[in-house]
Write a protein that binds this ligand. Sequence first.
Ligand SMILES: Cc1ncc(COP(=O)(O)O)c(C=O)c1O
Length: 486
Amino acid sequence: MDQTSQPVELLLSVSREVPRPLGAQIEDELRRAIRQGAVKAGARVPSTRDLARQLGLSRSVVVDAYAQLAAEGYLVLRQGARPRVSEAAGTRDAASAKPAGPAPVPRFDFRPRAPDVSSFPRTAWLRSVREGLTAITDADLGYGDPRGVEALRSVLAEYLGRVRGVAADPARIVVTCGYSQGQGIVCRALVAHGARRIAFENPSHPEQRRIATRAGLEVVPVPVDEDGLRIDDLARADVDAVVLTPAHQHPTGAVLAGDRRADLLGWLRASKALAIEDDYDAEYRYDRVAVGALQGLDQDRIVYAGSASKTLAPGLRLGWLVVPPRLLDTVTDEKDLADCGTARIDQHAFARFLARGELDRHLRRMRAQYRRRRDLLVAALEEALPEATVRGIAAGLHATVELPGTYDEQAILDEARRRRLDLTTMRDFWIEPGSGPPTLLLGYAQIPEPSIRASVRALVEAVRASPAQAANARARSRRESTPSLR
Ligand SMILES: Cc1ncc(COP(=O)(O)O)c(C=O)c1O
């Protein structure tokens, strides 16, 4: 028999008695054997079929474990060839062992960052680029107006008025590279106008707070509850401006209540302050009609800020501001200084895309899809994790899942990472870490409908295996097996 076709023996042991998944145990054991030199660089390891047989496991468990080790650079897997330890892996000791190659592909990605970009309307966008590029003049290929292409500003004004109730004069629209750039520009303009302190919802997006700090503003936290930002606390915060997400608070999912909207407008006028309204995903509203933008109620005190990142794709880097008259020149100047204007061919394409009603069409299709994913997610969570409280599902692309205090967010994150589940929890969003109960943020946009149940199952396994919970379960079983003294 050819020596290379002999089955290879490998001394590995896995146990069903420990809470760690079997695949992760295989990964741990093989990684350790390679690091310690027990299995040498270039050496053959058993085929997935042989190892599965040897350990009495299903082959898919071993296939997944090998794929992870290959992604980390420990194994070399080639179609039709025997799996081997990589030549580089054996020379690494435990301290220097870093994942080689790209980060492992997650099994499920729950991070509420992006929409389902695999549904990006490529054909319609391509047509828009072709049409835009064919029609533009040579002058359009110059720098042009830093506020952006006029055709886009006028079609955006129409869209925002119709869909979001924004009072948008095209002359006061500034096209930006996403919301993030828009917020940075407005913060710098505010500093130029003498602002020093800016309030942020607590919890809120940490990057947005960093953008404000970088512009020279002091960030002041203001709490959020189930009715959105607490305006009574805002009024006591002694700030010049506030950033808020009234249509769908990020990340809690609360909607700013009607009386709070009125109180906010009153406070803005009384204190001569300014609000930046981050309207990042208001188009996704499932159970009743979308809440209109605040900006329509006071266009002198509210900067409206939108983005194509949730409706189309973050990679487009397209956003827009509707700016109050008194800030317009400074904001335009800041935009000019930042990058001399957003890419103009993309702006022409987006103008065509909007004018042909492609965004409306895309959103109609996606809203129905996301709604189905959301419903499946909520039903699967109710069944598999009944102790959780699911909130923030009326709008947007993620749910918040609050767990009893016996769970530990960091332990869940670690366990999820080991199982290749990409997850975000609330801890990153609090201005002072650890301010609330353990809460997972589950984005459902990037998980296809047929995989939702499996993804929730995998998530719940990670939650249940996370150390704090495992310790609690052990304590419970000790309690149950200890005879009562009463
Ligand atoms: C709260 C919030 N606002 C705005 C955005 C959009 O940011 P950008 O347009 O820079 O991609 C996001 C994206 O994830 C977000 O989470």
